[in-house]
Design a protein around this ligand. Structure first.
Ligand code: GLN
Length: 204
């Protein structure tokens, strides 16, 4: 009994060594922090350039307002260094506005941000009447998941090498491309840690 208990402890400590940077200039970052911490990884709030250190194992781009986040990333001089890290393979989980920041193209907006994810995304795609809603849908590799949409985008087009993980009413809501996990909804607001867990497992 004793020795197996110790084995479990060691595995848990290994998890604790994981450091996840969470962009914290605007938007729903606290909820991600709670989830990531509950899974045993350390969270670092990225509020300024100096917070983006070399020892980050992963990055979360939260929901919020992509225009505001994009503007702040530039003003705070955080944009280039984050883009470089994503391009160099740092695992990133992007939700809603975060996904808009990653998208190579936006179909209804002239702004462009990191452009590291080869998809075309439509901002505020559900219109005013459907500002906020929940739907259950299947996510590849995870199963049925409650998706919380808030003034959400959807993904209209993906390049061949992007894996589509989930769709709702024929609109793509989750994709994986190399080190990037892009979600149009807010998994941090569902009482379900499986997507965050699967993100942590993308980190070697
Ligand atoms: N509508 C926001 C945008 O365009 C995204 C909303 C969200 O992140 N929940 O940036």
């Amino acid at each position: 009994m004793r020795s197996s208990y110790h084995t479990v402890t060691i595995v848990y400590r290994k998890d604790m060594d994981m450091k996840i940077g969470i962009l914290a200039v605007q938007g729903a970052f606290i909820e991600h922090e709670k989830m990531i911490s509950s899974l045993g990884a350390e969270c670092v709030e990225l509020r300024k350039k100096e917070d983006i250190t070399d020892n980050l194992d992963g990055l979360i781009l939260p929901g919020g307002e992509s225009t505001v986040q994009g503007k702040l990333l530039n003003e705070l001089d955080m944009f280039d260094i984050l883009r470089h890290k994503i391009k160099s393979g740092l695992p990133v989980m992007a939700t809603c506005a975060g996904l808009i920041l990653l998208s190579e193209n936006l179909s209804n907006d002239d702004s462009r941000y990191f452009q590291t994810l080869p998809v075309t995304t439509r901002r505020n795609a559900y219109g005013r009447q459907l500002g906020s809603f929940k739907r259950n849908a299947n996510i590849k590799g995870i199963g049925d998941f409650e998706m919380v949409f808030i003034r959400a985008p959807y993904i209209e087009k993906v390049s061949d090498d992007v894996e589509v993980l989930a769709s709702v009413d024929n609109h793509i809501t989750a994709v994986r491309y190399k080190n990037q996990l892009g979600l149009t909804f807010h998994p941090e607001l569902a009482d379900d840690t499986r997507l965050h867990q699967s993100f942590l497992s993308m980190i070697k």
